[in-house]
Design a protein around this ligand. Structure first.
Ligand code: SAH
Length: 395
């Protein structure tokens, strides 16, 4: 490193995760903190024996007190630029803009840059920053994205609860260019209108792209119920796949309105299909839902946002899965997802097993989640693996 950075020294025995390229350093692993470094600054990270392990940015306010940005003597900012270059090159391997022009360009630790998510929606870029360290270099990141991608505009959607722990307020707004509030994007040839301002996440659930293709393949002639439909991603793909009927349920009125627009954009009939603004927990308890559908999709929001939520979250997952299994027709397909990091795959499958026992239905797993290649999981950072799905055959 040519620039002399303040030095953070780890306690003896705490080097191993960093030598294994894990990005996180918890406060308990630190022997000596550089007094001169301010929160958000870059530091050099050393083992207890004085060996240089790389560089990180720090924030004393959080339990993850430092996050590694390089694992050698590369300057932190050079390392981040090199990781952004590589992340974008990976996407260029997988996506053909004429077919799919919306995908995640940078997936935080999955691409070696903790705290930074960048999504591309055709020529609009949406940035999400979760840490103070990245917040401090936001201007450099915007410059890089403008030069590299020549977008018409860049939005910031840094509005998530985890920012509070970093001492950051939510930030939403235009960072560059002429803002367009919404845009129709392409996904495997289908069209979806995405709202960048009044929406969830960065606008669209890009992480379910490959599962939407599964739905397209499985939906032919089926009567589909898409629960927690948001703007109709799964619903539209089921329609394109030849479903007999697709009903979409979400608690959000604007999301359901956009789902209707998305049907129209894809020349699907909105009169023949239903768009229902309702709480799924109540909807699934109605007698009128019994034995109507032979394909149900459950893709709820994360029920467990922290470790302490696990028990309550599992109760919620069991409830909706039991209700769906009780309601579904024989020889039906249930796709059930969880995006709660704290409910891992094994636990989720256990919960669905319990739901099947209570519903007294015979259930076979015929497929599992397919990650989209723009949401890579860093093998050194398995914490990035939050989304799981089961595709079930129900007798
Ligand atoms: N499957 C969607 C993403 C779902 S996100 C896709 O692939 O695009 C979760 C959705 O659940 C949000 O749209 C939110 O409005 C909705 N939601 C949250 N709680 C709900 C509830 N109790 N009943 C119905 N919808 C709910």
């Amino acid at each position: 490193m040519t620039t002399k950075l303040p030095q953070l020294i780890l306690k003896p025995g705490k080097e191993k995760p960093i030598k294994n390229f894990h990005h996180w350093i918890f406060s308990g692993a630190i022997k000596q903190f550089p007094k001169e470094a301010k929160d958000g600054d870059f530091v050099s990270v050393y083992g207890s024996n004085g060996e240089l392990l790389g560089s990180a940015y720090i924030n004393r306010k959080t339990s993850i007190t430092a996050r590694m940005v390089s694992f050698d003597n590369t300057e932190p900012i050079d390392s981040i630029v090199s990781h952004m270059d590589k992340a974008i090159a990976v996407r260029n391997n997988f996506f053909d803009d004429t077919q799919t022009n919306a995908f995640r360009l940078i997936n935080s630790e999955g691409d070696g840059i903790p705290g930074l998510v960048v999504d591309k929606y055709d020529d609009v870029i949406v940035v999400q920053i979760t840490t103070l360290g990245i917040e401090k270099i936001k201007a450099d990141i915007v410059d890089y994205l403008v030069n590299k991608l020549k977008p018409i505009c860049i939005y910031e959607r840094s509005d998530m609860p985890s920012r509070r722990e970093e001492g950051l307020k939510n930030q939403v707004g235009l960072l560059y260019g002429e803002g367009v509030k919404e845009k129709a994007i392409k996904e495997y040839g289908a069209l979806f209108k995405v709202d960048f301002v009044d929406s969830q996440k960065t606008g669209f659930f890009l992480d379910q792209r490959e599962m939407r293709q599964q739905v397209k393949k499985l939906a032919k002639n089926k009567k589909v119920l898409n629960c927690f439909s948001y703007t109709g991603g799964f619903s539209v793909m089921a329609g394109i796949g030849g479903a007999q009927k697709v009903d979409s349920v979400d608690i959000s009125d604007p999301a359901i309105e956009l789902a209707k627009e998305n049907f129209c954009l894809n020349d699907l009939d909105i009169k023949h299909n239903s768009f229902i603004v309702e709480d799924v927990f109540e909807f699934l308890r109605k007698d009128s839902v019994k034995n109507i559908y032979d394909f149900i999709i459950l893709d709820p929001p994360a029920f467990a946002k922290k470790r302490g939520d696990i028990v309550k979250a599992c109760r919620g997952y069991k409830d909706i899965n039991r209700l769906a299994l009780q309601n579904i027709q024989s020889s039906g397909i249930l796709i059930t997802s969880s995006c709660s990091y704290y409910v891992d795959e094994k636990l989720f499958q256990q919960v669905v097993f319990e739901a099947a026992v209570e519903a007294k239905r015979s259930v076979r797993i015929i497929d599992k989640h397919h990650y989209a290649p723009d949401h890579p999981i860093n093998i050194f950072h398995p914490e990035g693996n939050y989304l799981k799905s089961l595709v079930l055959w129900v007798e």
